[in-house]
Design a protein around this ligand. Structure first.
Ligand SMILES: NC(=O)c1ccc[n+]([C@@H]2O[C@H](COP(=O)([O-])OP(=O)(O)OC[C@H]3O[C@@H](n4cnc5c(N)ncnc54)[C@H](O)[C@@H]3O)[C@@H](O)[C@H]2O)c1
Length: 249
């Protein structure tokens, strides 16, 4: 499905990003894995390389515009151009549990800087590496909490709502270049990032799904891989809730 395509996945050191990278490799893509967790992401790249895939690690800190520009320069040097980008990296853990009037301003600012500004800046830096005819595809990773309005998660929900809206406007700006951009809105999964979430909150989501039960990163990654294919252009601008039917759009 992705043979001959070079895909950049941010936040690929662990969790959902790592699972997306594994799926893309399984579907034949070459990969650049970018993360602030250098050792862990290098380990992911090494593990995927051992399966026969072409995978390289490149460091990035989404809080730093200079670091994002350095990522783009590094990819330009090594890969030259790319066919896909998954904006997956985000502050996604230890962000919940407080009401709107209890959230620290510093946390709010950091979440916005990484999740919203970081997504924009990575897109801005890497779109020039998707030349005409490359069938460029971008997949942004949001969250279904932004669709149903989860309480006690306001900074995170607001950031993911911004990523959703950003995707729609970018679809119109990038469409004339033949670049498609979509956004997935996963439901809560069972992974390291959500270990901090109380058990009853996990149960609330899991019991509310059309297909009840826990969701793992592996359950959503083939959808992301499909969105990176040439054939997914007709979906540009759309949000896909990949949450086993917790919320519909
Ligand atoms: N886990 C879930 O249940 C769930 C549900 C819906 C959406 N999501 C989304 O999926 C994506 C991945 O989440 P996850 O569960 O794997 O979380 P995670 O915390 O395990 O992974 C996030 C990754 O982003 C990286 N990252 C964080 N800040 C960074 C920065 N400043 N610069 C570069 N990289 C940085 C981390 O190092 C990490 O590898 C996020 O966008 C998250 O919002 C997760």
């Amino acid at each position: 499905m992705l043979k001959g395509r070079t895909i950049v996945v941010t936040g690929a050191a662990r969790g959902v990003g790592r699972a997306i990278a594994e799926a893309c490799a399984r579907h034949g893509a070459s990969l650049v894995l970018a993360d602030i967790r250098a050792d862990q992401c290098r380990e992911t790249a090494t593990a995927l390389t051992a399966t026969g895939a072409s995978v390289r690690f490149s460091h990035v800190d989404l809080e730093s515009p200079e670091s994002i520009e350095a990522l783009a320069a590094d990819i330009r040097t090594h890969e030259g151009h790319i066919h896909g980008l998954v904006n997956n990296a985000a502050i996604a853990t230890d962000v919940g549990g407080k009401l709107f009037d209890e959230i620290d301003i510093a946390l709010w600012d950091r979440v916005m800087q990484v999740n919203v500004r970081g997504t924009w800046l990575v897109t801005r830096a890497l779109v020039p590496l998707m030349p005409a005819g490359s069938d460029g595809r971008i997949v942004n990773v949001a969250s279904d909490t932004a669709l149903w309005g989860a309480p006690k998660l306001l900074a995170y929900v607001s950031s993911k709502g911004a990523v959703l809206s950003m995707t729609r406007s970018l679809a119109r700006e990038l469409g004339p270049r033949g670049i498609g951009i979509t956004v997935v809105a996963p439901g809560i999964m069972r992974n390291e990032a959500t270990d901090y979430v109380p058990a009853e909150r996990h149960r609330f989501y899991e019991d509310g799904r059309a297909v009840p039960g826990p969701q793992m990163p592996e359950d959503i990654v083939d959808v992301v891989a499909f969105l990176l294919t040439k054939g997914a252009l007709a979906l540009t601008g759309q949000v896909l809730p990949v949450n086993a039917g917790f919320v519909y759009v």
